[in-house]
Design a protein around this ligand. Structure first.
Ligand SMILES: [Zn+2]
Length: 429
């Protein structure tokens, strides 16, 4: 076997040299590198000692303190090397701190009672951005919990160190998670400064969104210039109350999403009706050609659409209204856009397609907020909420076994929060 070719003492000096290169410590030295079990050769142990002149630091107050005693040796897992587990081995000192009493010392590779070194946790979390948590656990042969806790660690570090200055535009979005009607409220920063997930809250109630503003603080809320949302009433209410100086925009993505939902409803209802009447073939496989933009259709869908257009179906009328509405977004002046909007609503109200009429009613009811979209054009990247929304769906979909709110929250911040990271001498991931 290959394993037998590995020398008994694996080039001890060189491994120490590498460690001093990738992870140097001012007050500690890598004393010796050895196999944990010379027979099994599955784990490498790196013995660490304090430097001769290195006094201990109190973990309570982070200041130097006189020594008290020394605890038994402990192992801290480090980044594995060539599929071999690596452990730091060190006997922690305790200090007799004049401020905190008897305390364990603080060491630079680990905090608290953690069994994983800080570097290893950042390493696992770094991979957890590319793979699922389970994938990371499998590849590095570590319990899923270790991956979860590592991600939690880097997320809380990132949240504590992120810069919240200069937020000018935010977008609020709701996503469904888990089956049934469980929602999350997500707030994104969507201005030129940064595009990232700012905040997550359970549910999509007035209370939820009020919590966001409490977190943001009056000062920062008063500096918001644009707030982007869908037509969900609780959000509208809270925005009017808490960011009244900002231009409130109903954004394109959410409006078109609503229209697609209406079309879906019309089509489903009509398909049911036609089946009863014995015409079921007509609307078969029509769903995507009614929802997609023509330029995104496959050839088959284009043919299907051409066929559908021959019938005077409610689905088709709804589709044509939606397609026509796309022109709305091309306007530059809010005045002309308003004119178009009014005409479109009038036409739709006469269409006799009930779900589309609902849309027209709701657009009329929110006319000013929709026209704000043109006033905000250029300041806010319009596709950004949609992009972030897609990324959220991807994250929730790939994260199998995210039963708990804590896990989904952690994962979303990790993937979409654009969180900062500390400076490392060497990046392991
Ligand atoms: Zn202290």
């Amino acid at each position: 076997m290959l394993r037998n070719n590995i020398p008994r003492s694996p080039t001890a000096v060189q491994l120490k040299t590498i460690l001093n290169f990738v992870e140097p410590y001012k007050s500690f030295v890598y004393k010796k590198v050895r196999w944990a079990d010379p027979e099994a050769k599955t784990e490498i142990e790196v013995l660490i000692e304090p430097r001769a002149n290195g006094g201990a630091i109190c973990s309570g107050c982070k200041r130097r303190a006189p020594g008290y005693d020394r605890l038994a040796e402990r192992r801290f897992e480090f980044v594995p090397l060539w599929q071999i587990a690596v452990y730091f081995v060190y006997a922690m000192r305790r200090v007799d701190c004049p401020r905190c009493g008897v305390k364990v010392e603080q060491v630079p590779w680990c905090d608290g009672k953690n069994q994983l070194t800080t570097t290893y946790r950042w390493f696992l979390a770094g991979w957890a951005k590319r793979l699922s948590w389970k994938g990371v656990a499998d590849v590095f042969d570590t319990p899923w919990q270790n991956v979860f806790r590592s991600v939690k660690h880097v997320v809380s570090w990132g949240l504590a160190h992120r810069n919240l200055e200069g937020i000018e535009a935010i977008g609020v979005d709701e996503v469904q998670w888990q089956k049934g009607h469980k929602y999350l409220t997500l707030v994104y920063q969507i201005d030129g400064g940064s595009k990232r997930l700012l905040w997550i809250g359970k549910d999509r109630t007035t209370k939820t969104f009020l919590r966001f503003f409490r977190w943001l603080g009056k000062e920062r809320a008063s500096r918001l210039k644009f707030v982007c949302s869908d037509m969900w009433k609780p959000y509208l209410k809270v925005i009017a109350k808490k960011a009244s100086q900002a231009i409130h925009v109903l954004d394109r993505f959410h409006i078109m999403q609503k229209m697609n939902k209406a079309i879906d409803e019309v089509r489903a209802g009509e398909a049911r009706q036609m089946k009863e009447d014995g015409y079921e073939q007509v609307l078969k496989h029509s769903r995507w050609c009614l929802l997609k933009r023509p330029e995104n259709m496959t050839e088959k869908q284009t043919v299907k659409l051409a066929e559908l257009l021959k019938y005077n179906l409610r689905s088709v009328r709804a589709y044509l209204l939606k397609e026509d509405f796309q022109r709305f977004w091309e306007y530059v002046s809010p005045g002309w856009a308003a004119k178009f909007l009014d005409q479109w609503c009038t036409r739709t109200m006469r269409s006799q397609v009930e779900p589309m009429k609902d849309i027209a009613r709701s657009l009329r009811g929110h006319r000013e907020l929709i026209l704000n979209w043109f006033r905000a054009k250029g300041t806010m990247s319009s596709g950004i909420v949609e992009g972030l929304n897609n990324k959220v769906k991807l994250t929730t979909r790939k994260s199998y076994g995210f039963r708990t709110y804590e896990a989904i929250e952690t994962s979303l911040y990790h993937n979409l929060g654009a969180l900062p990271e500390p400076e490392f001498t060497h990046r392991f991931w």
